[in-house]
Ligand binder design. Structure first.
Ligand SMILES: Nc1ncnc2c1ncn2[C@@H]1O[C@H](COP(=O)(O)OP(=O)(O)OP(=O)(O)O)[C@@H](O)[C@H]1O
Ligand SMILES: [Mg+2]
Length: 233
């Protein structure tokens, strides 16, 4: 039997819409999104501010339920799972770096990275967290609380937290948005090293042309619709 696209693609979106707010003030954020992302792809999502990039990522990552359409990831229909089932489906498989980093203020950098892993039942959580923080250049800051870290440092803690579970799929919302050129390049190296070594699928929202250029596929969003989808040379 020929596999359907739903079986063969890692991420499948079919006619996905997202409407937020209540009528008459409701806003159509996503309109008829159709998308297939194969395992192992590296995708950059571009588009003007307010075009729906973070919203699309939230829907594809199972953080937000679409108003209409279907989203499946690794064959699981996210639109039918409840919150708990979604959390289980994400755990260990999907790493997410949000635009606002959502670090827990009462935990140190090390704890922010290690505790979710420990809760997932991993034995060597703290050692792995320390290694991951070192990989993003924060070996000297592991004992700091988020309030004691710069914006770019908090961003890197969030990236370490997303990577430490060795997920097959990483969503990152402007992961170099708060970083200087050199630090941003180092973070890209960390992400693409994972992509190269483990075939990790990357789905990265970015305004940074250098980061987009490193992705094999560039999808452009405009006013809630896909207006461009091209693969690099
Ligand atoms: N809860 C909400 N209710 C109504 N509108 C919302 C809500 N959340 C987001 N929006 C609107 O949805 C649109 C898309 O937002 P989104 O955050 O996805 O944009 P974006 O492309 O990520 O922009 P940026 O580049 O600035 O991060 C925006 O116009 C925003 O104002
Ligand atoms: Mg955004």
């Amino acid at each position: 039997m020929k596999p359907s696209p739903v079986d063969s693609a890692l991420i499948v979106a079919r006619n996905v819409s997202l409407v937020l707010g209540r009528a008459p003030a409701s806003v159509e954020i996503l309109r008829g999104i159709d998308l297939d992302v194969a395992a192992g792809e590296s995708v950059a999502l571009l588009g003007p501010s307010g075009s729906g990039k973070s919203s699309l990522m939230a829907v594809l990552a199972g953080l937000e339920r679409p108003t209409g359409g279907i989203v499946t990831v690794a064959g699981r229909d996210f639109t039918t799972l409840d919150e708990d089932a979604l959390a289980v489906a994400r755990r260990g498989r999907i790493g997410i770096v949000l635009q606002a980093f959502h670090l827990l203020p009462t935990m140190t950098a090390l704890e922010n990275v290690a505790v979710p892993l420990e809760l997932a039942g991993e034995g060597d959580a703290f050692a792995r967290a320390e290694a991951e923080l070192a990989a993003v250049g924060l070996a000297h800051r592991i004992g700091h609380y988020p309030a004691q870290l710069s914006g770019g440092e908090q961003q890197r803690v969030a990236i370490a937290r997303a990577l430490v579970g060795r997920p097959a799929l990483i969503f990152a919302d402007e992961p170099t948005g708060n970083l200087d050129t050199a630090t941003g390049a180092a973070i890209m190296d960390v992400l693409f090293a994972r992509h190269a070594a483990s075939g990790t699928t990357l789905f990265i929202i970015t305004h940074d042309p250098r980061l987009a250029a490193r992705c094999a596929r560039v999808i452009e969003l405009g006013d809630g619709r896909i207006v461009g989808d091209r693969r690099g040379a």
